[in-house]
Design a protein around this ligand. Structure first.
Ligand code: ATP
Ligand code: MG
Length: 583
C-alpha cells in the first residue's frame, strides 16, 4: 500500500499571500521547481517556462486536478512564464461543452488566469499532417489487425511481440490507406495507424503503439462529424504540448512509461527544443474518490445530487459547500509535490479549510438542536440588546453587533444533562452556566413529556452578571450559546460529512465496488434550527462560524429570505479522530 501523508497540524496560519510581493528568486520548494529553476538558469529551452493544464472535458474538476492546476499555474507565475488551459478533447464519445464551461469557471474561481486557451481538437489537421509525414518516412503503417489482435501480439515483458503481417507495407500503400481511413471508407476497427518502432522494445508501450483509430461519423462536440479518425492519447498529447511550445509537461506518475513515446513522437515530428514530460504523485485523498469515472457514477446513479453536491470532492462541490479557494490553494501548497504516490489524510484538508475560515468569517449564534429555556425571574416582555463580538481576540478582524435577549431562549439540547458526569461544565439541575455575551443562569427545574424527554428547562438568571457589567467577573466553568426564542430565525441546516465511511473506498470485499463504502449518513438535514436574527440582512453565500458548532455557508442556490438554508462547511473539530480511536 502507498505511504500516507500525515503532516503536523499547526494551528496558526500564514498571512494571506495574495497581496504579498513575489520573491525575486523563487525558492525551489520541490523537485519540479528545482528543475524549472535550472531550465531558467541554463536557458535549456531558449524560452520562458511554459506549462499547461490539460483536462479532458468529460467531467468536472476535482481536488486532484486542483493540485495539478496549482502546480502548473503556480510555476508559470513564480518563474515569469506562461500556462495554457488546453482541453485534451480527442474522444468523440465522452466530451461535452458543459464540461468545458464548468472547467473554465473552476480554474478561474481557484484564482488562476490562463495565457492561452486551446483545444486539442483544433490540432486534428496538424496531427493528421504529422501522421502523413510519418507514413511517408516509413515511421508509421496502417495495420489491418483488430485492436484485440494487436494486444494479443504485443508479447509480454519477458518476450517480444509478434510483428503485424501488415508491418512492411510500402509508404505509398500506407499513405493511400491512411487517406481512405480519413475519407471514411472503412468501418470502425477495420484498420488503425501504428507507429513503426520496435516490437521487442523493453517498454511495451513502444511496441508499435496505436496513433489513429477509425470512429466513422462519430459526433465530436466541437468538430461535429467532420472527422472519421481520431488520435489516441499518446499521439495527441505530446504533440499538442509541442505545438504550444510547452517546456515542461507535468503529469501524474501513471504516465511514466508513456514518456518514451512522448519523446519519440516530438522528435520524429521534427520539433526542435521539444517539451519534456515530468511526472509527479497523483493526489489520493482519504474518505473520497478522485476519479472522474467514479464521480460520474455517483452523479448518474443518484448517490449525490450532482457534480456540485457539497459532498463531492469536485471544485464545484467544494465551492457550493462554502470552502474558499484560498483553502484549496493552501492545501495544495501544504501537500507539495512528490515523486511517490501517497494517500493524504482528509484531516489535512479540513485543517486547511478551518484555518482559512477562522481568520476570515464572523461568529454568530445558532442552535442546531434546540431545547427551550424559560428564565422565570426575567421580566415578561423585556428585551435587551446585548453587544456581541464578531471575532475572537486572536483574529485580526474586528466588529460588533447586537443580539436580542429575552425571557425565553433556545439552547443546544446536549448542553444540558440531567445526570451529568464529573467534568460536564454545561447546564444541569442546580448548576450554573454563562450565556455567551449574557448572564449566568442556574437550572431550577426540568420539564419532561410523558416519554421522559426534556421539553423545557426553567432557570433563573443573575441580573448582576451581564457580560461587560460590573459583576461580569464572577466565574463559572462553562459558557454556552443560545438564541432568543422570540427573535430567532428558523432555518434548515445541512450537515455534510465524509462521503465514504472508510479511508480507501476501493478497499472493499471481493465482488463489491467503491459504492459499498458510501457513508449512509453523509448528509443529515436539520429541518428547523434556530439562528440569531442578524444574519437575515446578509446575502446568500455568506459564511460564518456558528460558535461552538462549526463553519457554515448560507446555501447559494436554495436559501431565500424567509427560508434560510445553511451548509455546514466543516465542524470545529475532527469528530472522526475520536471514532477512529474508539474503533
Ligand atoms: P480522472 O482519472 O479523474 O479522469 P484524468 O487524469 O483522466 O483524471 P484529466 O482531465 O486527463 O483527468 O486530467 C487533467 C490533468 O490533471 C492531468 O494532467 C492529470 O495528470 C491531472 N490530474 C488528474 N487527476 C489528478 C490527481 N488525482 N492528482 C494530481 N493530478 C491529477
Ligand atoms: Mg485523463
Amino acid at each position: 500500500m502507498a505511504a500516507r501523508i500525515r503532516l503536523k497540524l499547526s494551528p496558526t496560519r500564514r498571512p494571506v499571500s495574495d497581496s504579498a510581493p513575489a520573491p525575486e528568486t523563487p525558492r525551489a520548494r520541490d523537485f519540479i521547481r528545482e528543475m524549472v529553476a535550472d531550465d531558467v538558469a541554463t536557458g535549456r529551452f531558449g524560452r520562458a517556462p511554459a506549462t499547461r493544464f490539460p483536462p479532458e472535458p468529460n467531467g468536472f474538476l476535482h481536488m486532484g486536478h486542483a493540485k495539478s492546476i496549482c502546480l502548473n499555474f503556480g510555476i508559470a507565475k513564480e518563474f515569469g512564464g506562461t500556462c495554457n488551459l488546453r482541453f485534451d478533447d480527442t474522444n468523440p464519445f465522452t466530451e461535452d461543452m458543459k464540461y468545458v464551461e464548468a472547467i473554465q469557471r473552476d480554474v478561474e474561481w481557484l484564482g488562476f488566469r490562463w495565457d492561452g486557451l486551446y483545444f486539442a481538437s483544433d490540432y486534428f489537421e496538424r496531427l493528421y499532417d504529422i501522421a502523413e509525414r510519418l507514413v511517408t518516412r516509413g515511421k508509421a503503417y496502417v495495420d489491418d489487425q483488430t485492436e484485440e489482435q494487436i494486444r494479443a501480439n504485443r508479447g509480454t515483458v519477458t518476450s517480444p511481440g509478434t510483428p503485424s503481417p501488415w508491418r512492411d507495407r510500402s509508404p505509398a500503400e500506407n499513405l493511400d490507406l491512411l487517406r481512405r481511413m480519413k475519407a471514411g471508407e472503412f468501418e470502425d476497427g477495420a484498420r488503425v495507424l501504428r507507429a513503426k518502432i520496435d516490437m521487442a522494445h523493453p517498454n511495451m508501450i513502444m511496441r508499435d503503439p496505436l496513433l489513429l483509430r477509425i470512429r466513422r461519423g462519430a459526433h465530436h462536440y466541437r468538430r461535429g462529424t467532420a472527422w472519421n479518425i481520431f488520435p489516441l492519447y499518446d499521439f495527441a498529447h505530446g504533440l499538442s504540448d509541442a505545438i504550444e511550445g510547452i517546456t515542461r509537461s507535468l503529469c501524474t506518475l501513471e504516465f511514466k512509461d508513456n514518456r518514451d513515446i512522448y519523446d519519440w513522437l516530438v522528435a520524429e515530428a521534427g520539433f526542435t527544443s521539444p517539451p519534456t514530460q515530468v511526472e509527479f504523485a497523483r493526489l489520493e485523498l482519504d474518505y473520497t474518490v478522485l476519479s472522474k469515472r467514479k464521480l460520474l457514477r455517483l452523479v448518474n446513479e443518484g448517490h449525490v445530487t450532482g457534480w456540485d453536491d457539497p459532498r463531492m470532492p469536485t471544485i464545484a462541490g467544494l465551492r457550493r459547500r462554502g470552502v474558499r479557494p484560498e483553502a484549496i490553494r493552501d492545501f495544495a501548497e501544504t501537500i507539495g509535490v512528490a515523486r511517490k504516490d501517497a494517500r493524504v489524510e482528509i484531516a489535512l484538508f479540513e485543517h486547511a479549510v478551518r484555518n482559512d475560515l477562522n481568520m476570515e468569517v464572523p461568529r454568530r449564534l445558532a442552535v442546531l438542536d434546540p431545547v427551550k429555556v424559560v428564565l422565570v425571574n426575567y421580566p415578561e416582555g423585556q428585551v435587551e440588546q446585548l453587544e456581541a463580538q464578531d471575532y475572537p481576540h486572536d483574529v485580526p478582524k474586528t466588529g460588533t453587533r447586537t443580539v436580542p435577549f429575552s425571557r425565553e431562549i433556545w439552547i443546544e439540547r446536549d448542553d444540558f444533562m440531567e445526570d451529568p458526569p464529573k467534568k460536564f461544565f454545561r447546564l444541569s439541575p442546580g448548576n450554573e452556566v454563562r450565556l455567551r455575551f449574557g448572564y449566568i443562569i442556574r437550572c431550577e427545574e426540568v420539564v419532561k413529556d410523558a416519554a421522559g424527554r426534556v421539553v423545557e428547562l426553567h432557570c433563573t438568571y443573575d441580573p448582576e452578571t451581564r457580560s461587560g457589567g460590573a459583576n461580569s467577573d464572577r466565574k463559572v466553568k462553562g459558557t454556552i450559546h443560545w438564541v432568543s426564542a422570540a427573535h430567532a430565525l428558523s432555518c434548515e441546516v445541512r450537515l455534510y460529512d465524509r462521503l465514504f465511511s472508510q479511508p480507501d473506498p476501493d478497499d472493499v470485499a471481493e465482488g463489491q465496488d467503491f459504492l459499498a463504502a458510501l457513508n449512509p449518513a453523509s448528509l443529515v438535514v436539520i429541518p428547523e434550527a434556530k439562528v440569531e436574527p442578524s444574519v437575515a440582512a446578509d446575502p446568500a453565500g455568506s459564511r460564518y462560524q456558528f460558535e461552538r458548532t462549526g463553519y457554515f455557508y448560507s446555501e447559494p442556490e436554495d436559501s431565500r429570505p424567509g427560508k434560510l438554508v445553511f451548509n455546514r462547511i466543516v465542524p470545529l473539530r475532527d469528530s472522526w479522530a475520536k471514532e477512529v480511536r474508539k474503533g
